[in-house]
Design a protein around this ligand. Structure first.
Ligand code: GDP
Length: 222
């Protein structure tokens, strides 16, 4: 007999990474999805990571995460509103060794107030904790700010692989426990929601409906 996890379709969850340039958004994504870390030279040669699909199981339920990176849009201060559409979770990143990236957080929260529903789950990630010697934001300060903004909080290092899994898992667990998010996303016919997702994706080149089929066939179009 097929188990519940293999017979039911996976939950599709869209997560976004935001935060100042160079805080480590792409690195967190690569660490989580590909289990890799690019050195400074390697990452400067990379144009930017757009998107990764990652699968996980939470409480016996299969979850398919589409995780989007800004791919450098923030450098030009023009993250398009379509980037935010359809997201259930936001991973808001700053660099613990860069005070400016922490002080920019209110600006990012203002942007979120404009573009995403209040139900969307947020996790604040203080990245680069391996740079303890040049820390400019204490863990306590990060945590207190997260409490004030009513978000989850994790300190992490994409480089040393600290806290990365926790950050993603915490946000996914909370999304699953937030029914209001599912009323708007899963109530739509699948065809329509896939089409809606495709319309909103930067570049519009990824077809999640095909990806879903590939996943069911045992492959991945990512
Ligand atoms: P993004 O612009 O926010 O996507 O940042 P990147 O992922 O491109 O990272 C910017 C730079 O920070 C790169 O040189 C990375 O190698 C470096 N970096 C990213 N994460 C970490 C980390 O956890 N620790 C350290 N020491 N460096 C990191």
């Amino acid at each position: 007999m097929a188990s519940e996890s293999s017979s039911t379709p996976p939950l599709n969850i869209k997560l976004l990474l935001i935060g100042n340039s160079s805080v480590g958004k792409s690195s967190l994504l690569l660490r989580f999805a590909d289990e890799t870390f690019l050195t400074e030279d390697e990452s400067s040669a990379t144009i930017g990571v757009d998107f990764r699909v990652s699968k996980m199981e939470v409480g016996g339920r299969r979850v398919k995460l589409s995780i989007w990176d800004t791919a450098g849009q923030e450098r030009f201060r023009t993250i398009t509103s379509s980037y935010y559409r359809g997201a259930q979770g936001i991973i808001l990143v700053y660099d613990v060794s860069n005070r400016e990236s922490f002080e920019a957080l209110p600006k990012w929260f203002t942007e979120l107030e404009t573009y995403v529903s209040p139900n969307v789950v947020k996790v604040l990630v203080g990245n680069k904790v391996d740079k303890e010697f040049s820390r400019a934001v204490s863990e306590d300060e990060g945590r207190k700010f997260a409490e004030r903004m009513d978000t989850l909080f994790v300190e992490a290092s994409a480089k040393s692989n600290i806290g990365v899994q926790d950050a993603f898992k915490e946000v996914v667990n909370k999304i699953i426990d937030t029914p209001a998010l599912w009323q708007t996303t899963t109530a739509q016919p699948r065809q329509n929601s896939a089409a809606a997702v495709n319309r909103t994706m930067p570049g519009g080149a990824v077809n999640l409906a095909e990806d879903q089929q590939a996943a069911q066939d045992g492959g991945c179009s990512c």
